[in-house]
Design a protein around this ligand. Structure first.
Ligand code: FE2
Length: 501
């Protein structure tokens, strides 16, 4: 029998009584936590014997009825993890028990407003706006023997056991040294075991940047002076540098002084990318100006002679209609749907090149198809690489409907579509120990199938995305689609330092 915890306080109305599109359908949250062995799961095909590690995906999975407008980025963090080893697997899911989550469980109601109504807050919160629940539902990555989950604006670095998904608390070594928290995203250099991160509070200097070492100690934390409050989402990592983002999407500063958050894309202000030595300070940042844009997610960055290369998905049409509280719920949800539709942004794979000797900037598209949430193998983070696996999106919806694999050496790409009513999440690339080529491994993704009313963990060959899946594991319950994921190699579960390959 499944090991199921169904004792949590869940007040989100049942799907059939739910109008909010991000609390029903593909976004229907779970109220139960499972721990299930492979013997109890339906497995189609065979799990490769060589697959050893954990695929973990974060999810905004709200437990309580929202106080007001609910945005798909507001929900409590829930991790879904599937551990592969010796040709079998175990699946479990668990809420990230943040301070805000536990407070709402105790109060048996929502206590904080969502991202669209920061002015409605009744008590101090978290995030760059200081008004939200610390939902820790955006990012997840493994470092120094634990998982770290955060929310995009920044929350405490919530640590969880990779084996049990037990919430261990904010990082015991250094969370108190980083009062502005961790923003998504943070990067781990598997060659050194170091993790780099940033945050972006709405007060000067408007950004902080740090490094945690392999032993899980904060060894570098410096202010980065920006011209004003910004809304970055990712940072780049190369062997010797980090790349910080000062992008022309930011809040009106005069309105911000009155507590009003009105974000605008300033298409007349260049994007600025700051290349900083891994242990550099604000004075060491070398800023490069580029075409006005916003960047949500990077594929990878690397050094090539005098050049620092940054690949990621450029948003060069960031027009977001405002969401007004005066509208009825139906109109509000329609506007949010338009806001999270990836297609109007034009997000597509792009390359920026920064010359550290001459200061020259080169930038050009690598593709024109709309894609986002690019992922690569952990083994090539910050180093020259060949393959980027990007998510494709349904037009008009915040639904990932397929994957596109880019071969950046040949310029070729292959597309995989999940099929009607099947929505995915960010995949992860799993390279077994002893792999040779960069794509000698697996591409793993959770897919929620609304037609079959179930969710699956699907394993594809990373070098043959369009072939039949190697294996499909049917999960015990249909799960909400989610956000970011990671792969934790079996020999990294206890900490960094896997053998070089
Ligand atoms: Fe993200």
């Amino acid at each position: 029998m499944y090991d199921v915890n169904d004792t949590l306080f869940i007040s989100v109305p049942a799907e059939e009584d739910q109008e909010n599109p991000w609390l029903r359908g593909a976004w229907r949250p779970q109220g139960k936590e499972y721990a299930v062995s492979g013997d109890e799961l339906t497995i189609i095909g065979s799990i490769p014997e060589e697959l050893d590690g954990i695929y973990v995906r974060n999810t905004h999975n709200n437990a309580t009825t929202p106080t007001g407008i609910y945005h798909p980025f507001d929900g409590d963090g829930m991790l879904h993890a599937i551990r592969f080893r010796d040709g079998t697997c175990e699946y479990r899911n668990a809420f990230v028990r943040t301070t805000g989550f536990l407070a709402e469980q105790g109060a048996k109601k929502a206590l904080w407003p969502g991202i669209l109504q920061p002015q409605e807050y009744q008590r101090r919160g978290w995030g760059s706006m200081g008004s939200m629940k610390d939902n820790a539902g955006t990012d997840v990555i493994a470092h120094a023997g634990h998982l770290i989950a955060t929310m995009s604006q920044g929350s405490e670095p919530w640590c969880l056991s990779p084996d049990t998904l037990e919430t261990l608390g904010p990082n015991k070594n250094w969370a108190k040294l980083v009062p502005d928290g961790l923003s998504s995203h943070y990067k781990v250099d598997n060659a050194t075991g170091e993790m780099t991160f940033f945050n972006y509070p709405q007060k000067a200097p408007f950004m902080n940047y740090g490094v945690v070492n392999k032993a899980d100690n904060l060894v570098h934390y410096v202010p980065i002076e920006l011209p004003g409050p910004r809304w970055p989402h990712d940072l780049g990592m190369t062997e010797h540098y980090s790349i910080l983002h000062d992008l022309p999407y930011f809040f009106d500063e005069e309105l911000l002084k009155k507590g009003i958050h009105k974000g605008s894309f300033h298409d007349d202000i260049p994007a600025r990318f700051g290349v900083i030595p891994r242990y550099g300070t604000s004075a060491d940042v070398r800023w490069f100006e580029a075409k006005p844009c916003w960047v949500m997610h990077l594929s990878n960055c690397f050094e090539d002679g005098d050049w620092v290369v940054q690949d990621g998905c450029i948003w060069d049409n960031l027009v977001k209609p405002p969401v007004g509280v005066e509208e009825d719920a139906h109109a509000i949800y329609a506007r949010i749907r338009r806001n999270v539709d990836m297609h109007p942004t034009g997000a597509h794979l792009y390359r920026w090149m920064f010359n550290m000797v001459t200061g020259e900037v080169r930038e050009f598209p690598l593709d024109d198809e709309v894609s986002e949430f690019p992922v690569i193998s952990n083994d090539v983070v910050g180093r020259p690489y060949r393959y980027s696996y990007n998510a494709l999106f349904e037009k008009g919806e915040w639904h990932l409907n397929g994957l596109k694999r880019y071969d950046l050496h040949t310029g070729e790409a292959v597309r995989l579509e999940f099929g009607p009513g099947r929505w995915g999440s960010e995949p992860a690339i799993a390279r077994p120990a002893g792999s040779s080529a960069e794509d000698d491994g697996y591409c793993i993704v959770f897919i929620t199938d609304l037609i079959q009313d179930r969710s699956e963990c699907v394993i594809y060959r990373a070098d043959d995305l369009t072939g039949d899946p190697v294996c499909t594991v049917i999960l015990p319950e249909r799960i909400s689609v989610g956000t970011h994921s990671c792969w934790v190699e079996g020999d990294r579960i206890a900490g960094e330092g896997r053998a070089a390959r």
